[in-house]
Structure formats: structure tokens, C-alpha cells
Design a protein around this ligand. Structure first.
Ligand code: BJW
Ligand code: ZN
Length: 251
């Protein structure tokens, strides 16, 4: 199976990757669903909503500050690095991610499309104020705030991520869908595939005649349409694929 998938990837003309929380699990960042998806007594996905923020913004900020701290401690793992290598090899043309952790870029991926925003960006709940904390150097400031306020208008700031019921960034979603239409292979890594519209991506590739390769420790909602299901940890499977691709290209 590894040889076959590696050959398909090596021969592809437009492969893309579609990633979820599972790819960052080996970096120590908890996933959303399953036993890891618990923060205190809350399910992570229950806090990632506009309703939760309206009801208890301090609680939601506590959750996001905890996540920011975890992500700051995290380093890209061999799975992120393998995808960046595949991009350098000219095989993968884009990484479409649902993750907000910046780890693909830290690993060296260049063409990264963030469908659900970025945890290091904040935005105002009233005016158009936005800030990328890694650029302004204000991560420590943010972490010291109980309820951060907009420097422009004084309203609450919120993480610039996409919560349930909110629209995905238009440009990113359009680009992702059009890449999916053109892709001949999609490498689906570490996602349960239950959150839409992001989860349409493998279906679009499949409907357009492309091949779906899935990497996950267990079957997901995408598995029924996967042409190849590589079961195991992304941090082990993806580097193995890179090795096989190299071997195949040197043959
Ligand atoms: C490993 C591993 C290892 C573990 N190696 N694998 C049908 C069509 C369209 C929409 C809908 C629809 N039905 C319902 C909707 C609405 C809703 C939705 O999808 N709900 C479903 C859950 C039922 N969607 C929305 O609300 C979206 N917006 C929307 O539809 O807007 C419409 C609109 C249009 C115009 C105007 C206004 C509105 C928004 C969705 C936003 C999702 N946001 C979150 C939070 C982001 C911020 C943050 O990070 O805090 O995104 S929720 C959460 O789920 C997060 C993730 O990106 C997303 C997906 O989760 P993911 O990545 O798949 O993680 P897990 O935990 O589920 O899975 C991990 C996987 O890894 C597992 O499979 C493991 O086995 C595996 N794994 N370790 C490999 N080492
Ligand atoms: Zn403001």
C-alpha cells in the first residue's frame, strides 16, 4: 500500500493536503473530539461558539489562553515536516488546514490555507480592528488579560477563529474549493471530517476524479470515500511516505 500511494503521489501533477487536529496531536495539542477533546468539564467544541462567548466571554478566553499556551510550547512534528518536504519536492501544491495553530508554516510549508482562522490573530467584536500577535509581539499582554479590550473602541476582543454558525473566510474557502476541483490527489490527515463546509474538500476531489488518500489512527467520516486508508499516527506514516517517494524518484 505504501509503495502504491507513494507512486501515485510522485506521479501526481496536483496533490493537495487537507489536515485537521490529529496532525498536531503528536505535538501535544489536544484534538476536539474523543477523550482528548475535554477541557475541564467542557467539550472543546462547545466553547468554540459565538453563544458560549456571549454567555461567558471570560470562560471562552480562559480556554483560548490555555490553548495559546499549549501551542506556544508545541513544535511541528514529523508529520508537519513531511508535508513541508513534499511541497519542496513539488508534489504537494497546497496545505488546506482546519487548524489554527500555525504549525504548518513553522514546519516550512509555504502555501497554507487556513480555513478556520488563526489563534494568534485577534479581532474586535465591534469595529474592524485586527491584530496578529506574533507580529505585534503582544502575546504576553494578551495572556495577562482576563477579558482583552479593543485599543480602538474598547469593545471586547475575540480570537480570530471561525466558530460554529460563522462563515468561513470567503477567499480561503473559494481558493480551497477551486484547488480541490483541480487536485488529482488529496492527502487527508488527522480529521474526523464532520465539520462542514471544510469536510466537503475530499468529496470535491473525489467527484472531480481525484484520488483520496487518508491517514488517521482510526476510521473517520471520510474513510468510506477513501481510495487508500493508511492507518496509524501521522507522524509515523507521512515521513515513511516521503522516504518511499524519494526511493521511487531515484529508481
Ligand atoms: C490522528 C492522530 C494522529 C488523532 N495521527 N490522526 C452541512 C453543510 C455545511 C455546514 C453544516 C452542515 N451541517 C452542519 C453545519 C454547520 C456546522 C457543522 O459542520 N456542524 C457539524 C459538526 C454538524 N458548520 C459550521 O457552523 C461552519 N460554518 C458554517 O457552516 O457557516 C454557514 C454560514 C454561511 C454564511 C454566513 C453565516 C454562516 C463553521 C465551522 C467552524 C468550526 N470551528 C472549529 C473551532 C475553530 C477554532 C478553534 O480551533 O478553537 O474548528 S470546531 C473544531 O472542529 C475546529 C476544527 O478545525 C474542526 C474539525 O475538527 P478536526 O480537525 O477534524 O478534529 P477532531 O478532533 O474532530 O478529529 C481529530 C482526528 O484526528 C480524529 O479522526 C482522530 O482519529 C485523528 N487523530 N491523533 C493521525 N496522531
Ligand atoms: Zn474595536
Amino acid at each position: 500500500m505504501f509503495r502504491e500511494v507513494s507512486k501515485i503521489l510522485a506521479k501526481s501533477s496536483m496533490a493537495i493536503a487537507f489536515t485537521g487536529a490529529g496532525i498536531s496531536a503528536e505535538s501535544g495539542i489536544p484534538t476536539f473530539r474523543g477523550k482528548d477533546g475535554l477541557w475541564r468539564k467542557y467539550r472543546a467544541e462547545e466553547l468554540a461558539t459565538p453563544e458560549a462567548f456571549k454567555r461567558d466571554p471570560k470562560l471562552v478566553w480562559e480556554f483560548y489562553k490555555w490553548r495559546i499556551k499549549k501551542i506556544l510550547e508545541a513544535r511541528p512534528n514529523p508529520a508537519h515536516i513531511a508535508l513541508a518536504e513534499m511541497e519542496k519536492m513539488g508534489i504537494i501544491k497546497a496545505v488546506i488546514t482546519q487548524n489554527v495553530d500555525d504549525l504548518h508554516k513553522e514546519a516550512g510549508s509555504i502555501n497554507v490555507i487556513e480555513l478556520h482562522g488563526n489563534i494568534f490573530r485577534i479581532k474586535c467584536t465591534s469595529c474592524s480592528y485586527r491584530e496578529y500577535l506574533k507580529e505585534t509581539g503582544r502575546i504576553e499582554w494578551l495572556l495577562s488579560q482576563e477579558l482583552p479590550k479593543c485599543p480602538n473602541c474598547g469593545s471586547f476582543l475575540r480570537p480570530d477563529v471561525v466558530w460554529f454558525g460563522e462563515a468561513l473566510p470567503e477567499k480561503e474557502l473559494t481558493t480551497a474549493f477551486s484547488l480541490a476541483k483541480k487536485a488529482d490527489v488529496v492527502l487527508v490527515v488527522g480529521t474526523s471530517g464532520v465539520v462542514y463546509p471544510a469536510a466537503y474538500i475530499p468529496y470535491i476531489v473525489k467527484e472531480s476524479g481525484g484520488i483520496v488518500v487518508e491517514v488517521n489512527i482510526e476510521p473517520s467520516s471520510i474513510t468510506p470515500i477513501a481510495d487508500f486508508f493508511l492507518r496509524g499516527k501521522a507522524g509515523e506514516i507521512l515521513p515513511r511516505l516521503v522516504g518511499e517517494i524519494r526511493r521511487y524518484l531515484n529508481e
